[in-house]
Design a protein around this ligand. Structure first.
Ligand code: SF4
Length: 240
């Protein structure tokens, strides 16, 4: 049964934790999916937060229209997957772990752990491939203000300390999931990804991270996909 459609997923997720325990994973359909919006998305939990994780114009059809509101997965007591050769598995796991923890992009305090996927903004901008003003340009003059480096610097200024990213999924060693803090030092949203930054930022000519973070937060609250929401917002710049 669909719940009160006015409820934001941020308000509903804590109730699900109360009911099913803290160790659950949640996939949720927001008001956008319930109403059949083509820019709806499935929203997953990240610790105690909601984050849009799937961009899929068919979400409303596959989830909302079936009146499926949430999928709850509880890993408590799960049998796990049997490993055929634990020695070989551990060798491979160590090799992969060593590679990830020594590479500049994936190591602790490396590019992803420090700046998140939003580190791509400056890189793509330099390459002329940053979607800007409805793809009418590949370069955005405000790129530096919405890049992962700016998120990291802003958090440091507002919290008075360096804040490195966290794992959105248990066991992830890359830990690229950032948290964006507002002027009052309180969290606005987690995570602010590269895709959201270009879609709701460069694509709409918005270079204010506070505004972009608030837009991402609203998308997560109502089950809107950030890319699919930012794209039509940029249609005011028609292709030449
Ligand atoms: S699972 Fe790890 S690498 Fe993947 S998005 Fe989450 S924190 Fe980043």
């Amino acid at each position: 049964m669909l719940s009160n459609t006015r409820q934001r997923l941020y308000d509903v997720f804590p109730k699900l934790y109360q009911r099913f325990g803290e160790r659950i994973s949640i996939a949720g359909c927001g008001i956008a999916g319930e109403r059949g919006y083509c820019n709806s998305g499935v929203v997953f939990n990240d610790n105690a937060n909601a984050r849009a994780a799937i961009q899929d114009a068919a979400v409303w059809f596959s989830v909302g229209s079936k009146r499926l509101k949430f999928i709850i997965i509880d890993r408590e007591g799960a049998p796990g997957t049997a490993i055929a050769d634990t020695t070989l598995f551990d060798q491979g796991r160590k090799k992969l772990l060593d590679a990830l923890q020594t590479h500049a992009v994936t190591k602790p305090k490396g590019a992803l752990n420090t700046y998140g996927t939003d580190v791509l903004i400056n890189i793509l901008n330099e390459a002329g491939g940053l979607p800007t003003r409805n793809f009418t340009s590949g370069r955005f003059e405000g790129a530096g203000k919405i890049a992962g480096e700016a998120v990291f610097a802003g958090n440091k200024e507002r919290l008075g300390k360096e804040v490195y990213n966290h794992a959105c999924s248990p066991g992830c060693v890359i830990q690229c999931s950032n948290t964006y803090y507002g002027k009052d030092g309180k969290e606005i949203v987690s995570c602010l990804e590269y895709e959201s930054a270009w879609s709701l930022g460069a694509n709409c000519a918005i270079d204010d991270l506070d505004d972009i973070a608030e837009l991402v937060r609203l998308c997560n609250a109502y089950g809107l996909d950030t890319i699919e929401t930012g794209l039509p917002s940029g249609w005011r710049w028609p292709p030449a």
